[in-house]
Design a protein around this ligand. Sequence first.
Ligand code: ATP
Length: 815
Amino acid sequence: MADDGMLMNFSVGEDSLGVKAVFKGGRWRDRLQAKKSAQRRREKHQTNGALTGSNAVPTKTRETNIDDEGSRPTKRQRVNGAPNTHSRINHVNSKPHEVVSSLFTYNLPAKPSAIKEIRTEDAPAPVPSNAPLDASLSTFTSLGLSPFLSTHLIQNLNLTAPTAIQKATITQLLREDSDAFIQAETGSGKTLAYLLPIVQRIMALSSSPASSHSANLEASEKASKDEKKINRTSGLFALILAPTRELTHQISTVLTRLLRPMPWLVAGTVTGGAVKNHEKARLRKGLNILVATPGRLVDHLDNTEVLDVGTVRWLVLDEGDRLMELGFEEDIKGIVQKLEKRKDEKKGEWRLRKKVEGLPEKRTTVMCSATMKMGVQRLGEISLKDAVHIKADPGPSTELESVTGSKQEDKQTAFLAPAQLKQSYIVVPPKQRLVTLAALLKRTFARKGSAMKAIVFLSCADSVNFHFQAFSRKEAQAPKESPSSNPNTKSNKNRKISGTQDASTPEEMPKTSQKSEKPELPTVSPASSLTSPSNPGLTLYELHGSLAQPLRTATLQSFTRSSNPCILLCTDVASRGLDLPNIDLVIEYDPPFSADDHLHRVGRTARAGKEGRACCFLMPGPEEGYVEVLKECAGESVIKGEAAEDVLRKGFGKHFASAKSKMDASNAGSGKWDDEATAWQLELERWVIDDKRAGEMARKAYVSHVRAYATHVAKERGMFDVKGLHLGHLAKAFALRERPGNMGRGNIVRGGKSTRQDHGEKRRLVNGADDKAVGEKRPGKADLDLPPTDGQDAAKKMRMKMKEHIAGASEFNIG
Ligand SMILES: Nc1ncnc2c1ncn2[C@@H]1O[C@H](COP(=O)(O)OP(=O)(O)OP(=O)(O)O)[C@@H](O)[C@H]1O
């Protein structure tokens, strides 16, 4: 273990050598060795006459954890006033008799080598790769959409031309009934790509050719109404499945907008977390298109008689790879079997009744994602037969010979981020992670208008919660009034919105957040410790799977609608498919768990041809190897390395010096970026020490973070090896002065050789991303067809461990 057992920031008398140590943890041999060496140090010091006069202090007791084989030399403690040869700054704002280890000591576990390779040259601005095509060359009508629908798109939805993937998909799905696999980069308009042809074909069942060929919306709408044969009771024609509730609602919103001029066609949703009886009532009234999460749909298929799927002719699996990864394939298989069964039962019925004219005989299954590999055998099992592979580029769609049932290897398609996305990485020592994140956010939101919205991805729910509370706490806040730990979890009904009670109300802050403690209020708060005087309205949101569903929905809605600059702290629950407007920057503060996750996370910006920036935090050492993965995902685009010091300098430089430190006369040298950064960190550390619940929150976040770290996909675990983590330094990133006592070497759960499926299973177990009860286990691939391995044992242990934590705010609630 890389931890050197360094004694960090504990409060002692003037001479720490007078301390009587109690040694805990680790092997007895190590304890004995440590005891002896401490004894020797004491004796030597006494011989040298170091403990004299005022320096002599009564013996105190402290705890030293020696879980790790501490082969490193023990770091000498620094005492106030003592010269410090390792550090450029000392003890800023430190209380009397407090020992403070510097953030900027050069005693770092590894030097960030990648920083030396920074490529500063700016490449020529690349052409956006997911933008709509030139309207003079391609229009929706030219693809075969009716003038009625095309006019609606142009006039009401402000969409003048299709994107490349829309061009390819619409043509294909209007022309043929073959199954299809749509793969195009994030933000390229895949949702409309599959919705438009489906809506057009359902529309065609309703209206006369005359009305659908008219471009006059009003006249056409009236004519269609008069002649319509189809209404909400005519049957359910399309089913769209998505992995998260958020995505389901988003697809439904797009669909509702699309159907606005066709009020006789009705779409609806069924998702976990919603009231089942309300859904039943809607199903009873009749729907033509249903958007659902798989678990809840299975539930309705089993228990809601009025849900008749015999007429379903289109089945869409949005974010297909995620659905598979999260282990939904059993659910999907069950759904497909029911569709088949009901279709066969209905055949006779349809013959007796008047068949819906134009309804295809065959059901079409469509899968789509930015990062899905073809050739996976299991795709056949969920009814993707002789699928057509539709890609935005190059040109026409490519027939796949045999996807179904074949054992061909995944085609190693290189999935790329949008070309116009500006990507960078920062190599930050673990100690400085928190201040560097703060600096980056301060710099990004330095002035009003400099940026609108940013998303920060963290590895687990506990960490999101801690950072939300830490950044939104008011600096002047009395410790006792500090926010409680995780007040927003499902278990805590009396939720408080931290920092909003006494924080200055930012202009245009969602009013709901200041009223009461109703659970449907968004988790929003002023970003009090990130706000600069020239951008006072900065707000902070948190989103993760531990939040109750109404909170998740309210938070996302509020963040989406906010016209204030704001930051969303979240887990990967927000990484897939979400189309949030005006995202300028995506920060991967905790690196993604896989390259695919990276593409989806950064894909929340630079959408539909717009600009965007993304930045990934890495730690010095093996993690720097991840730059190569980032480069692979960037294709031709340049990835810039930024020096952490530059970020800190800009974030904590004179310009951003806090008003408090400027006024503090005792703070000599304030205004210097490193002093400011240290003061900022110390402030936070005091909060964690003084407020018991803040301390608990920090420790929980730390433990969850380390455990989550152990679940990177096996392929990338060499770069993210939990054994290499410097646990002592990492504690600083959670404002802790030392690592929590239970984080010894033996207590770190490692992922072993678990696969991506294991990883998905782990995440899903405690998800909130899907729609079954949290913690409910469903079989993933790991349980179905992989031989047991060490990795699986490790994964099993991990699952058990996670289950233990599920009762509270799950430590690991990523989804
Ligand atoms: N033809 C178009 N012209 C302009 N904007 C469009 C067009 N089609 C879609 N968009 C917009 O592009 C954005 C991204 O669309 P969408 O969410 O469907 O992308 P996606 O490919 O599904 O992305 P992801 O892979 O991240 O889910 C949306 O805001 C949508 O309104």
